[in-house]
Design a protein around this ligand. Structure first.
Ligand code: LLP
Length: 418
């Protein structure tokens, strides 16, 4: 359920007219609904009520400070994968003890910053990373709290670019070698082994792969217990999917019930790293039609939003719904919605039967709240879009549209060329 809806044939976000918003803030614009963000966070987090747990929102899905602050205010933590995300999370006011740090390539500098901040734990992904973290912690006179990210080798049945828990993926430590790596970790003086972690992929539309992964981890937990390890946390990653088109992913309640059943009173604090399921359908990309054009084989609607604003269609062939901001009753047409970028992969939607758009019309690219702005770029020297948070009758710009000065900041013409 989200709060984008029509009133008298006009698309609104909560009580704010998107047409009015576009007039005031310009396009392209990312528009997020605070009520939807709140509702989704609570529905997810609430599904685990009664079970010791921490919902660590995955910052890569949507890293705006306002969004992070909102979830922190609702009791959430965050899952980060870089020093930049750590910096953001702390700036947004997320308490360090609610931050987990994942990722295969943490640098020593990033480790130092996270230890300095006092994060909850590092999800370590390789034996070499373990050594590096032990060294950095030793230099700082600290003990680094760690879990190992285990690759459980289960098929998440999702897009190959976003499945992470298969043997052929670069992520985690293999199930077979996990015990050895745990034993090694226990011998390193500056590490404290406190958890087991996995993340098998994104946009999962069934619960069975999650359950299969947890079943494998339970076996490892038994061995760890027998080996005298004091494990406190089980981090099951993120990955719950959303409806972009016709997918029917499990509701958070169903997902939580499956995990509860699989864990069966295991007595650990559960860490969850949802991203998409919380923010995906809470945001849209608002764009304006610049031109329309009839090609020999296809008709195009050219908008001021492009692949640099929303990469998912060009990168994964992802489907995003497209809706007119004003329903006009004009006859429909089969069109490609494309951007202004000099690449044929610059499309937001392909072969869609949509109401006839004309230049100047506004359209909403739906389900763009996750991996939308965060994956956007300055390709073609385009300014990244404004981000807006709607709250009831009002809204706030939570990230200004970039300026041309922003785009050349830090660049220099060498003296020899002056
Ligand atoms: N935890 C870890 C360690 C992750 O790598 C990810 C996502 C998550 C949690 C959150 O997963 P979610 O709940 O959002 O599925 N750019 C792609 C998605 C990449 C996901 C990467 N990892 C897309 O636009 O579909």
């Amino acid at each position: 359920m989200h709060h984008f809806h029509y009133e008298n044939d006009e698309l609104f976000c909560e009580n704010v007219s998107l047409a009015a918003l576009a007039e005031e803030a310009g396009t392209p614009a990312y528009v997020y609904s605070k009520a939807t963000l709140t509702r989704h966070f609570k529905a997810f987090d609430g599904a685990f009520e009664g079970l010791p747990h921490l919902t660590c929102f995955s910052v890569k899905a949507n890293s705006n400070l306002a969004v992070l602050r909102l979830f922190a205010s609702l009791g959430g933590g965050v899952d980060i994968v870089s020093g930049g995300e750590l910096y953001r999370a702390l700036k947004a006011g997320v308490p360090a003890e609610r931050i987990v740090f994942s990722g295969v390539g943490k640098t020593r500098e990033e480790m130092r910053a996270a230890l300095e901040a006092g994060i909850l734990m590092f999800n370590v992904e390789s034996a070499q990373e373990l050594e590096a973290l032990n060294t950095v912690a030793g230099e700082m006179g600290r003990k680094a709290p760690i879990s190992l990210r285990i690759n459980p080798d289960v098929d998440p049945k999702t897009h190959p670019y976003i499945s992470t828990g298969l043997k052929k993926n670069k992520f985690g430590i293999s199930f077979e070698t996990a015990m050895d790596v745990y034993r090694h970790a226990a011998e390193l003086p500056n590490l404290e082994v406190i958890g087991v972690d996995c993340h098998i992929g994104s946009q999962l539309t069934e619960v069975s792969p999650f359950v299969a992964a947890v079943d494998r981890l339970k076996k490892l937990l038994e061995s760890l217990k027998a080996g005298g390890f004091k494990i406190k946390y089980l981090d099951v990653g993120g990955g719950l999917g959303i409806t972009y088109q016709t997918e029917e992913p499990p509701e958070p309640d169903e997902y939580a019930k499956a995990l509860r059943d699989a864990l069966n009173g295991i007595g650990l604090t559960l860490i969850l790293e949802p991203g998409r399921v919380i923010v995906g359908n809470a945001g849209i990309l608002l764009a304006r039609v610049t031109y329309t054009k009839s090609g020999e084989e296809k008709d195009f609607v050219i908008t001021d939003g492009g692949m640099n604003d929303l990469m998912r269609p060009c990168l994964y062939g992802s489907y995003h719904g497209v809706q007119p901001v004003r329903k006009t009753g004009r006859p429909g047409a089969r069109v490609d919605i494309v951007g202004p970028i000099c690449e044929s992969s610059d499309f937001l939607a392909k072969d869609r039967d949509l109401p006839g758009f004309v230049a100047g019309d506004l359209l909403a690219v739906m389900s763009a709240g996750a991996y939308g702005f965060t994956m956007s770029s300055n390709y073609n020297t385009r300014r990244r879009a404004v981000e807006i948070l709607v709250d009831g009758d009002g809204y706030e710009i939570v990230r200004e549209r970039e300026t041309y000065e922003d785009l050349i900041r830090g660049e220099h013409i060498p003296a020899s060329l002056k």
